[in-house]
Structure formats: C-alpha cells, structure tokens
Design a binder for this molecule. Sequence first.
Ligand SMILES: [Zn+2]
Length: 209
Amino acid sequence: MRITIPCPDVQSYIENPENFLPDRSVCLNDPSHSPQWNTSWSRGLCLDHVNITEIKLFNAYCEVCHETISYWPEFVLPYQQEPLETHEQVVVEHLQGISLRESAAKIGYDPRTVSRWIKLIMAQSLILIDEVVQRILSFMGQAILPVTVMAAREVLLLAWLRNYAEWIGFSRLDRLMGLCNLLGEGDWDLWGAPLGKAKSRVKKGIAPG
Ligand SMILES: [Zn+2]
C-alpha cells in the first residue's frame, strides 16, 4: 500500500526525510496491527528537468498482512522521474489550450512523453473523481457543489481540489494532484502514476437486495 505524506518543502525533505514520517506506521487493513519500519531506498528525481537528485523513501512492513507500506512525499509519484508539479503543469497547460509542443519545449521533453502523461492523468481523473469528491464533501460537511457544473468532466477533479485547497488553506496550488493523493490516505492508488496492483480500499456501499 502506498501512503502519501505532506511535504511542503522539498529541500527539507531531501536533507531530513525521517522528519516527515509519522511517528509510527499504521496498517490500513487493521489499525491494531503493528507494522515495523523496514527499509529505506533511494530513487532519482529530476527536480530541474536535467539533473537527478537522490531522494530517500521509506517502507514499513506488516507481518500479519504480509504487506509493504510505502511512504511517498507528496511531490513524488511512483515510476515517475519528474516531480508531480511537472505532471500537473502540463495538464493545466493542456486544459488552457497550450500546445503539447510548447509545453514539452519548456521542460525539454519529447511531446510524445508529455502526451502520455496527460492521457494517463486524464484517464485516472475520471476513475477517481467520484471517490475524491465524496471525500471532499465529507470533510467540508456540506453538499454544495463548489464549482460550476458546466465545467468539462476532465477539469472537474482539479477544480474540486482547487476549491478544497482554498478551504483548508493548502498553499501548494501547483500540487493539487498531491493534495488528492494525501486525501486518499492510502485508500486509492496515487493519481498520476500508473496504477499498480493496489486496489481501492474505499468501502463500497452494498447494493440493496
Ligand atoms: Zn496489517
């Protein structure tokens, strides 16, 4: 299972990643389990689109469930070398009508790569939106749609997150996908990375009859 942890400051995380971990790891399957901190590992992150910076990540392991619990700082996505902000930037630019070629040129990537990111993120936003919106509404304690229902469905998830970010004072408005992953608390796989075997843990209501 993957859990996103809040990390407002990338540099502080790089210097002292342990400071961002929770005091103890909790097993999402059953809070009475006691997972132990297990391994740390490094991965490269391309913060300036050119040079690789090593980032340390941490795992815990639940012996009862035989499951690894991995902790992802909010700006890192599994399988992706670029920080989350880069992925979000190209999606926002795409929604603004900026061409793939122009978006890709800004960060020195092949437009086909940028196109692949955008397709993945858009497809996943349609899968995730209902769960995420329900959670936002449960936290906001109201069922008032904070965005215009006229917006295209592809834009809606970011629009909801933007409103929620403002409501809770989440200042990293270029990391709304990170906010979405934080909101999940491990209940859904991380938006923006290829979805792995991790299944949604959100309890589905049982259909009557
Ligand atoms: Zn467990």
